[in-house]
Design a binder for this molecule. Structure first.
Ligand code: CUA
Length: 348
């Protein structure tokens, strides 16, 4: 017996597939830190709105094509036993016009908002109170420099809500890509060139960022976090970051400070007032500024929570936890290691 591939069963399957896709899509907003369909900044909103417009046109095209296909298969096809000669019309002016003008119009409806969004999201002027942050990509971590406040952080970008933020993107070595899906936009970070992103965050919270251009062994470990705070919360954060590093008080931390100064740590890492003579690259520091290391939630390209256990693991064998990491293995063990960790974790 021939299986029945009727219009009904095909339509049924199609409905099922659409329902399944819809269900999966609906799962997205929950617990999806890399969700690009978000509107936590003006930039994100514009891109989302463009995405919706294009999706509507795409859907209209899809429906027309599917309906035409189903009609051709099930309604206008020749049945067994029917005299099945196709129509011999040479041309049909209206049809020709429809399928020439229709797609041209749809392309125009997609192109115009796209170009408009590109121009709108890449302004060349900023208001006077714009917050400028230099973002420097390194293999494999992110340095955030606030020239206006004279502070540097690593792998953790703090921004105030409702303020124009201008990010200047520089690369210290090779091509990376700055991407915070929840804030919208993605831009390559290229050596010898300053690319820019301008946005106004409008939601407080923590958002994950990720290097989006393959840049070597630990590309996938080149993550970072963006903390969008209230204007007052941001001011408090800036003040805390501008403060000198905490004086170690516990015996372990005091011993750890000495280890930090004597070990090669101080060559690459700045702790203001302790090791200000860091070997500097062309733009930024060779290793993250550690002045307020313990105030940061993560370490090593935001791949671990900042806990004493993880800091110890990291110092013991950086290459093991982050392949290719430039941080050398210092051979610190036992009490020395614990003391150094105690010192670093005291730098609130
Ligand atoms: Cu940097 Cu991928």
């Amino acid at each position: 017996m021939r299986p029945a591939y009727g219009l009904k069963s095909i339509a049924g399957r199609l409905a099922l597939a659409i329902a399944a896709a819809g269900t999966l899509a609906a799962c997205q907003p929950f617990n999806a830190p890399m969700d690009t369909l978000s509107t936590n900044s003006d930039l994100g909103k514009w891109i989302y709105s463009l995405f919706l417009q294009i999706t509507i046109w795409d859907s209209i095209v899809m429906v027309i094509v599917i309906v035409a296909l189903l009609l051709a298969i099930f309604v206008f096809s020749t049945r067994e036993g029917e005299p099945g000669e196709p129509s011999e019309h040479e041309s049909d002016l209206m049809l020709e016009l429809a399928w020439t003008v229709g797609p041209a119009l749809i392309l125009m409806f997609i192109t115009i908002p796209t170009i408009h969004t590109i121009i709108k999201t890449q302004p060349s002027k900023w208001p006077a109170d714009t917050l400028t942050v230099q973002v420097r990509a390194h293999q494999w971590w992110w340095e955030f420099d606030y020239p206006g406040f004279k502070i540097q952080t690593a792998d953790e970008l703090h921004l105030p809500e409702y303020q124009v933020v201008h990010l200047e993107l520089l690369s210290e070595d090779i091509i990376h890509s700055f991407w915070v899906p929840a804030l919208g936009g993605k831009r390559d970070v290229i050596p010898g060139q300053i690319n820019q992103i301008t946005l106004i965050p409008n939601t407080t919270g923590e958002f994950y960022g990720q290097c989006a251009e393959f840049c070597g062994l630990s590309h996938a470990n080149m993550r970072f976090r963006v903390v969008v705070d209230t204007p007052d919360g941001f001011k408090r954060w800036v003040a805390a970051q501008q403060a000198p590093p905490a004086e170690p008080t516990s015996p372990a931390a005091i011993a750890g400070e000495k280890i930090f100064k004597d070990a090669p740590c101080a060559i690459c890492h700045q702790i203001r007032g302790i090791s200000g003579f860091s070997l500097q690259y062309k733009y930024g520091f060779r290793g993250p500024d550690l002045t307020h290391f313990a105030s940061r939630g993560t370490l090593a390209g935001s791949i671990f929570p900042n806990t004493p256990e993880n800091v110890a693991l990291w110092i013991q064998d950086p290459d093991k936890v982050k392949p290719g990491a430039e941080m050398p293995t210092l051979g610190l063990r036992g009490t020395d290691l614990q003391d150094l960790v105690a010192y670093l974790e005291s730098l609130k």
